[in-house]
Design a protein around this ligand. Structure first.
Ligand code: ZN
Length: 88
């Protein structure tokens, strides 16, 4: 088993992520987010095993994340009640 990791490359616009389940891909592939109000943070979930992986970087506080949220992150925050869908 490999530990989750993040690799950045100077000549690549995306961030390469690796999960402990052996999934690897780009940050742009992440469509699932785990909103964790208790820790006031949002964590990326692995598309393969569905586990939240804080090692990939967390967004905090949730308030701040909801201000910049777009796409799948905005959907996740809306589902958790932090964001109005298509909202103001
Ligand atoms: Zn995984």
């Amino acid at each position: 088993m490999s530990e989750p990791s993040v690799a950045r490359s100077l000549d690549h616009p995306n961030v390469q992520l690796q999960c402990r389940c052996s999934w690897s891909g780009l940050d742009a592939d992440i469509t699932d987010w785990d909103v964790q109000p208790k820790r006031d943070r949002v964590v990326r979930k692995c598309p393969d095993c569905g586990e939240p992986v804080p090692e990939w970087g967390t967004l905090r506080p949730i308030d701040g994340a909801s201000r910049i949220a777009r796409g799948s992150l905005a959907d996740a925050l809306a589902e958790a009640g932090y964001l109005e869908r298509n909202g103001v």
